[in-house]
Write a protein that binds this ligand. Structure first.
Ligand SMILES: NC(=O)c1ccc[n+]([C@@H]2O[C@H](COP(=O)([O-])OP(=O)(O)OC[C@H]3O[C@@H](n4cnc5c(N)ncnc54)[C@H](O)[C@@H]3O)[C@@H](O)[C@H]2O)c1
Length: 299
C-alpha cells in the first residue's frame, strides 16, 4: 500500500510532525500542512532532526533517511496537498469547529474513496464526521507522543464508521509499524481518559502541597514503573491540549474530570509545557532544569 499512496497530514504541531515522520519514513508520499507557515517549516526541520538522529544512532541508514526527506513536502495549501491523496490525517488544534472546517476544506479536493482520520484525543468522531460526504470513511486514528517512539494507535469507530474504513486504517498502521487497537467512540477513548484523570489528580496533589512535583513524578516512575511521571507527561503533551481534553471530559463524563485550577492558571500564564519553555518544570535548551518543579502551596 505504500509508494504510490499519498498521505496528507493537516496540522504541523507536535503530533503532525511525528505522524508525518512515521508515514514519510515508511515509504508514503507525505504532505504536511498548517495554516502557520513557520509551524510548517519548524515541522520539516523536526522531521529532518528525527531522521538525522536515527542515522547517528544507527537505527536508519543514510539513504533511507534521505529518501524519507524527499518524500515529505510541507506547506500551507491544504487543497493542493489533498490532490490524489488516499488518506487524510487531521491533527489540528483540539477544537471541534476547527477540525470540521479543515476536513470540509480537504474534502472539496480529496478523491471520493479517500479515508478521513482524526487524531483527536477526546472529541466525538461521529460529530467530527457528521457533515462529511461519507461519514462511513471517517474514523479516529489516535497516535501517541512522541510518535516515533510510541507503538500504539487507537482506531476509533464512530456511529457511522464502516468496517472497511477500520480495516484500511489497520493496514496503514501495520505499514508504519504501529500496533492498533479498535475502540468504540467514547469520550477520551481508553487512553486519554486515564491519562487526563491521572494528570489532573497529580495537579490537584501539587496544588494542595501533598508533595513536590519531582516527588509526585518519582512516585509514578518508581512506584508504578511508568516511564514518565504524570506532571512530566503533561509538560510533554502540553497543558493547553490537556486542559481542552479535561474540559470536554468534564462536560461529557461529569465532575470527576473537573480541571484542576492550577492547570487553568498555568495555561492562562502561557506556562503550557515543553513547547513554551516552561510547564510544571522549566526547560533550557530542551532539557529539564533540575529542581525547577512548581511547588503547590508556595505558588
Ligand atoms: N499532544 C499530544 O500528546 C497528543 C497526543 C495525541 C493526540 N493529540 C491530538 O492531536 C491534535 C494536535 O495536537 P498537538 O499537540 O499536535 O497540537 P499543537 O498545538 O502542537 O499543533 C496544532 C497545529 O494545528 C495548526 N492549526 C490550527 N488550526 C489549523 C487549521 N485551520 N489548518 C491547519 N492547521 C491548523 C496549528 O497552527 C498548530 O501548528 C489535537 O487534536 C490533540 O488532541 C495530541
Amino acid at each position: 500500500m505504500r509508494g504510490a499512496q499519498k498521505v496528507v497530514v493537516a496540522g504541523a504541531g507536535l503530533m503532525g510532525t511525528g505522524i508525518a515522520h512515521a508515514f514519510a519514513s515508511s515509504g508514503f508520499d507525505t504532505a504536511l500542512c498548517d495554516i502557520d507557515a513557520d509551524a510548517a517549516e519548524r515541522a520539516r526541520a523536526s522531521v529532518h532532526n528525527i531522521l538525522d538522529d536515527g542515522v547517528r544512532l544507527g537505527k536508519v541508514d543514510g539513504d533511507s533517511a534521505a529518501a524519507a526527506k524527499s518524500r515529505l513536502t510541507v506547506g500551507t495549501d491544504l487543497a493542493a496537498a489533498c490532490q490524489g491523496a488516499a488518506l487524510l490525517v487531521e491533527t489540528v488544534s483540539e477544537k471541534l469547529n476547527v477540525k470540521r472546517a479543515v476536513i470540509a476544506q480537504a474534502e472539496t479536493i480529496l478523491p471520493a474513496d479517500a479515508l478521513v482520520a482524526s487524531n483527536t484525543s477526546a472529541l466525538s468522531i461521529t460529530e467530527i464526521g457528521r457533515d462529511c460526504r461519507d461519514p462511513g470513511k471517517v474514523l479516529g486514528m489516535h497516535f501517541f507522543n512522541p510518535v516515533h517512539k510510541m507503538k500504539l494507535v487507537e482506531l476509533v469507530r464512530g456511529l457511522a464508521t464502516s468496517d472497511e474504513a477500520i480495516a484500511k486504517a489497520k493496514d496503514y498502521c501495520d505499514a508504519i509499524g504501529k500496533t492498533s487497537i479498535t475502540v468504540n467512540e467514547a469520550p477520551g477513548l481508553t487512553t486519554s481518559r486515564m491519562s487526563a484523570m491521572m494528570g489532573n489528580e497529580a495537579m490537584y496533589m501539587l496544588q494542595e502541597g501533598v508533595a513536590s512535583a519531582e516527588d509526585i513524578d518519582t512516585a509514578h516512575r518508581l512506584g508504578f514503573n511508568h516511564p514518565v511521571g504524570p506532571l512530566e507527561l503533561g509538560d510533554i503533551t502540553g497543558w493547553d491540549t490537556r486542559l481542552a481534553v479535561l474540559r470536554y471530559l468534564h462536560q461529557t463524563l461529569g465532575d470527576k474530570f473537573r480541571p484542576c485550577p492550577l492547570i487553568i492558571k498555568m495555561v492562562a500564564a502561557g506556562r503550557i509545557g515543553r513547547k513554551s519553555g516552561a510547564g510544571v518544570y522549566e526547560y533550557r535548551d530542551g532539557a529539564k532544569v533540575p529542581g525547577s518543579g512548581l511547588r503547590g502551596n508556595a505558588l
